[in-house]
Design a protein around this ligand. Structure first.
Ligand code: GLC
Length: 567
């Protein structure tokens, strides 16, 4: 059962479920809501405080569900609202809270509002829920400006009028199937309040807010040139054209008022790709309350970098009145095991584009480091996030076939080049156009979980999975690891269980180790965490050994290993 504690989120362990790849209950190859219910006991065995479900709403899957056609429903491919309610009760009964993902920057082009906008005239109230503009050029054949999108080259797509003629252009920061909302429109604002209320009334405990930093745009500067896409690098003054504008915070202050009407108040975490100094605003108690700290996503397994990031973020969290979050991986990132198993400095996208053939990953090393990093972040004050499959030590599936890939990053980032090829049968050179993909995309970290060692999709379901699993996923399955002492799953289970028991106030201290490769931190109640990132074995100080991420050598801590001690 759930404890009535308004601060439950401050130091929670939260597990991200990517529903389409978690568990398939009906054998159609796609994970579903009932699959999550079936997984309740497993989730309980991980001693989690909460799960966050990536979008499960009706969607054409142009962007893995982040193109939402109806914010207050369940995709029929994944189940029904009744299934959702049952899942929520099942998880609550196990003491696990539930976050859902809110995607407010854009909808799907299949959303009824967008369909209505296309069917309506320029200047209509239907069009004003989105961002429509006339094109440039004699016949409006050129996009209104040069803004770029994350997926397609241009952030503009020309619409067709109801009579089939070319019409206005609409703005999309992501794929053309994801038109951006006009957040200056009160109707849009009210509709999202309705959505938040809808899920809160159903008993949902929290929300993960997608692209929280981009809702407000400066339309007065849509006549300027602007080709930035990296929101981390915009001037941190709240005045950029597209990202991290100061007015976005008005939205979240209004949301907070709604969250606080519930008991316990609903919580939220912002996905805001903004410089660390600006993150605190999103995380402040009168707004969303927490924001993802993504600093470790791109950090190699290096003591100095980890130390700096931890110190900085704990300081920032204190300033905002929030607690920090710790994230090693999510559905947008190359799997941690693979990142840590490749040489430092590897360009992951380039590596993926060779199907992972250009450099061999040291999976064992990657898993060792990933476990050490996981136990390190779990010992820090704040919330710890675990992306499904990290607890199994899953690696990135780098060699998915082009025909299997689903990510718009792969599909849309294409350049065409003329190519002359000799065809034997025709006995001549033929000139055609070849596609060159410049991004491999994120499917390799979204391959379904292996539950059993054998079976058509390793127990994910009775059919083949929507993204094929490699043979090597069998030995990494839940079944294969469950009873093996020292397996990644075993290390996670023990660590998370202990973490719950040891959890204490949010103070923390660095302890000097005299070795730059070794970080030692201690919590108020005598809980110590020591990580040896590299180099010589490190002789442990006094204290009872509680748990380690890999075997110790007596009282020596080998490199790539974390140990927890009780002083
Ligand atoms: C977020 C999601 C990502 C999605 C994008 C557009 O960054 O995490 O998966 O593609 O938003 O909605």
């Amino acid at each position: 059962m759930l404890k009535n504690d308004t601060n439950w989120w401050r130091q929670a362990a939260i597990y991200q479920i990517y529903p389409r790849s978690f568990k398939d209950s009906n054998g159609d190859g796609l994970g579903d809501i009932k699959g999550v219910t079936e997984g309740a006991k497993y989730l309980k065995s991980l001693s989690l405080d909460a799960v966050w479900l990536s979008p499960f709403y009706p969607s054409e899957l142009a962007d893995g569900g982040y193109d939402v056609a109806d914010y207050r429903n369940v995709d029929p491919k994944l189940g029904t609202l009744k299934d959702f309610d049952e899942m929520l009760s099942a998880l609550h009964a196990e003491g696990i809270r539930v976050f859902v993902d809110i995607v407010p920057n854009h909808s799907s082009d299949q959303h009824e509002w967008f369909k209505a906008a296309l069917a309506s005239k320029p200047g209509s109230k239907e069009r004003n829920r989105y961002i429509f503009r006339d094109g440039k050029g004699k016949n409006g054949e050129l996009p209104p400006n040069d803004f770029v999108s994350h997926f397609a080259p241009s952030a503009w797509t020309r619409s067709k009028n109801a009579d089939g003629t070319d019409g206005q252009w609409y703005f999309h920061m992501f794929a053309p199937e994801q038109p951006d909302f006009n957040w200056d429109n009160r109707e849009v604002q009210l509709d999202f309040l309705k959505t938040l209320k809808f899920w809160s009334d159903r008993g949902v405990d929290g929300f993960r807010i997608d692209v929280a930093h981009a809702l407000k745009k400066d339309f007065t500067r849509f006549n300027k040139s602007y080709t930035k896409i990296d929101s981390m690098n915009v001037k941190p003054n709240g005045k950029d054209i597209l990202f991290d504008r100061d007015e976005v915070h008005e939205i979240y202050r209004e949301w907070r008022k709604l969250f606080d009407q519930y008991n316990p108040p609903r919580v939220a975490v912002a996905e805001a790709y903004v410089p660390a100094s600006r993150r605190t605003k999103y995380a402040s108690p009168d707004e969303l309350g927490q924001a993802f700290n993504f600093d470790l996503l791109t950090t190699p397994f290096v003591a100095r970098d980890y130390k700096r990031i931890v110190s900085e973020n704990l300081e920032l969290a204190t300033q905002s009145g929030s607690s920090s979050t710790w994230v090693l991986n999510n559905h947008d990132q190359v799997r941690t095991v693979t990142k840590f198993g490749l040489p430092k400095g590897t360009d992951f996208n380039q590596w993926l584009l060779t199907d992972g053939k250009s450099i061999k990953v040291d999976i064992e090393l990657g898993q060792k480091r990933a476990r050490a990093a996981a136990m390190f972040i779990m010992s820090l004050p704040g919330s710890t996030y675990i992306y499904q499959g990290e607890e199994l030590g899953l690696f990135e599936v780098a060699d998915l076939k082009p025909t299997d890939l689903q990510d718009p990053n792969w599909k849309r980032n294409v350049v065409l080049k003329p190519e002359r090829v000799f065809f034997k049968k025709q006995g001549k050179m033929i000139t055609g156009v070849a596609e060159i993909h410049i991004e491999k995309g994120r499917d390799g970290c979204r391959v379904p979980l292996p539950w059993t060692s054998t079976g058509p999709s390793f127990g994910f379901g009775s059919a083949h999975a929507h993204l094929p699993q490699p043979r090597e996923y069998g030995p990494l399955s839940v079944q294969a690891q469950a009873k093996v002492a020292g397996s990644t799953l075993d290390v996670y289970r023990t660590a998370l269980k202990l973490r719950k028991k040891l959890q204490t106030t949010e103070e923390f201290e660095w302890v000097k180790t005299g070795n730059p490769q070794v970080l030692h931190l201690s919590r108020k109640n005598g809980w110590h965490c020591i990580t040896n990132f590299d180099g010589e074995d490190f002789t442990l100080p006094k204290g009872e050994i509680l748990h380690s991420s890999s075997p110790l050598k007596g009282r020596k801590l080998p490199k790539n290993t974390t140990v927890w001690l009780k002083a």
